[in-house]
Write a protein that binds this ligand. Structure first.
Ligand code: ADP
Ligand code: MG
Length: 240
C-alpha cells in the first residue's frame, strides 16, 4: 500500500483551476519529485494535501490508508505529515531553539518539556545549525539558515513524511549541494519525501519518481530520466 495516495484532487480560485484532477501515489521510503513551470499548481497541490492553509475542493487524499482531505492542518500534521514552505517561514521573533521546540510539540502532544527540548536539539544538530546559534533570533539568520531551520522544525515533529516546497530556491550553488546532501540524509532517517522543485536537475539527482505538472494537470509521471526526455515536458519548460 502507498503511504500517500492523491486521487483526482482539484482546487480552483474563482475560474482558475490551479489544481485540476491530479492523481499519484508515493511509496513509503522514496523521494518523489514534483516539477512544473511557475504557476503550474505545485504549491497549491501541497496546500491541498496538508490542509495548510486549505484542503481540496474535491478528490481524495489518503495517508497511510486513511482519508485526510478536509481535516485541519494540525490534525494532518499529527498523523505524521509535515511540510515546509516555498518562502522561508519561521517565527522571526523567536530564537532558533524556540522555533525547533515548537516543531517538536506542534504535531506531537506527547512531546513536551525535556522530551521536546531533546527533539529540538537533535533536529537542529542534524541539519547543521550548531549550538552557538540556538539563542539567535530566527529573523537574523541568512536565507539558507532559515531554510534549514524550517527543515529542523519539521524534523523535530518526527514526521513519517515531509513535503518540501522548493528547498533550493534563492540558494547559491554550494548551498544547493548542502541541501541535496541534507535531503538524502533526511530520507535515510526513514522519512518519505515529496519534493517540489522548479529546477529539473535538482530533482533528477534525488528522486525515484518524477511528476511534472502543467496548468494544474499531470503532464508526465514516471522514471525521472524518461519523464524529462518526453517532448511535451521539454515543450512546457521551453515555453516558460
Ligand atoms: P506553483 O507553485 O507551481 O508556481 P501555485 O500553486 O503557486 O503554482 O499557483 C498556481 C496558480 O494558482 C497560479 O496561477 C497562482 O496565481 C494561483 N494561485 C495560487 N494561490 C492562490 C490564491 N491563494 N488565490 C488565488 N490564486 C492563487
Ligand atoms: Mg510554488
Amino acid at each position: 500500500m502507498a503511504l500517500l495516495e492523491v486521487e483526482n484532487v482539484a482546487k480552483a480560485f474563482g475560474s482558475l483551476k490551479a489544481v485540476d484532477g491530479v492523481s499519484f501515489k508515493v511509496e513509503a521510503g522514496e523521494i518523489f519529485g514534483i516539477a512544473g513551470p511557475n504557476g503550474s499548481g505545485k504549491s497549491t497541490l501541497f496546500n491541498t494535501i496538508t490542509g495548510i492553509p486549505f484542503g481540496p475542493d474535491s478528490g481524495k487524499v489518503r495517508f497511510d490508508g486513511n482519508e485526510i482531505q478536509g481535516l485541519a492542518g494540525h490534525a494532518i500534521a499529527r498523523r505524521g505529515l509535515a511540510r515546509t514552505f516555498q518562502r522561508e517561514t519561521c517565527f522571526d521573533q523567536l530564537t532558533v531553539f524556540e522555533n525547533a521546540e515548537i516543531g517538536a510539540t506542534y504535531a506531537n502532544e506527547a512531546r513536551s518539556g525535556a522530551k521536546a527540548r531533546d527533539a529540538a536539539a537533535e533536529a537542529l544538530a542534524f541539519v547543521g545549525l550548531a549550538a552557538p546559534s540556538w539563542g539567535r533570533r530566527a529573523g537574523e539568520l541568512s536565507v539558507f539558515e532559515r531554510k534549514i531551520l524550517m527543515l529542523a522544525t519539521a524534523i523535530a515533529s518526527d514526521p513519517r513524511m515531509l513535503l518540501l516546497d522548493e528547498p533550493a530556491s534563492s540558494l547559491t550553488k554550494p548551498e544547493i549541494e548542502l541541501s541535496v546532501e541534507l535531503i538524502r540524509r533526511i530520507a535515510a532517517r526513514g522519512i518519505t519525501i515529496l519534493l517540489i522543485e522548479h529546477v529539473l536537475t535538482f530533482l533528477m539527482s534525488l528522486s525515484q519518481h518524477l511528476l511534472v505538472l502543467n496548468q494544474g494537470r499531470v503532464l508526465a509521471l514516471g522514471n525521472p530520466r524518461e519523464v524529462i526526455a518526453e517532448p511535451r515536458v521539454v515543450e512546457a519548460y521551453l515555453g516558460t
